[in-house]
Design a protein around this ligand. Structure first.
Ligand code: PRP
Length: 202
């Protein structure tokens, strides 16, 4: 099986979860190698944003990725297991003293599609500024009035004197695959899905 894993926080949690469920895992310290082969499985480590691309194009059979990225990109992959890690939420956040007035709201985000559809659903006309990171800087510098971003512990908001205005949706990691992989490796994939989905005995 070829398995694409989002590097970083998800990778660490995924390794622990795969191990707990009796699935093959990659070594904890893997150095700078971007692929690791364990038995018949090849683990591929990529940026979170790229996991679904490997699965979509058939370079990986399955992947582990944050649900935030799938909500933003809505790629044609199958979300087959909800994983119990990577938990956080997508929220509208901004300065503790909120801006008043009638001027069009400026919203900075790494998730422009999520931001656009959220404000559209509230019939609120906003300008969305797409950024690549450190989004919390936007309201601090006057680039935007508020942000749409992930909140996990809330520490980044706190450290920058910002607060959460509204939660849009909650997030967890997802195990994804494609129609093609399901057709090519039905038995192996079904067994992985079953193992990943099994509830713990009380
Ligand atoms: C994410 C997110 C927030 C922060 C939230 O950023 O965009 O900034 O984590 O986590 P917290 O609530 O636990 O503080 P990330 O660390 O991925 O870096 P980035 O801003 O450069 O994308």
């Amino acid at each position: 099986m070829k398995v694409a894993i989002a590097k970083g926080r998800i990778e660490k949690a995924a390794r622990a979860y795969f191990q707990e469920k009796g699935l093959p895992v990659w070594p904890e310290k893997r150095g700078r190698e971007l692929t690791v082969t364990v038995d018949d499985n090849e683990f591929i480590f990529v940026k979170g944003d790229d996991v679904y691309k490997y699965v979509m194009h058939g370079a990986a059979d399955v992947g582990v990725v944050g649900g935030d990225i799938l909500r933003e990109k809505t790629p044609g992959v199958l979300e087959v297991v909800d994983l119990p890690f990577g938990r956080c939420r997508m929220s509208v956040c901004g300065p503790k003293v909120r801006r008043n007035g009638t001027k069009k709201l400026k919203v900075a985000s790494k998730y422009p599609n999520v931001a656009i559809s959220h404000f559209a659903s509230k019939r609120q006309n906003v300008e969305v500024i797409a950024l690549n990171g450190s989004v919390e800087l936007a309201p601090l510098t006057g680039l935007a009035d508020c942000i749409v971003d992930i909140v996990e512990t809330g520490a980044t908001l706190e450290a920058n004197d910002l607060e959460e205005y509204e939660t849009i949706f909650s997030i967890n990691a997802k195990f994804i695959t494609s129609e093609a992989a399901l057709a090519n490796r039905p038995d192996e994939l079904k067994s992985w899905i079953r193992m990943l989905s099994e509830e713990e005995d009380e």
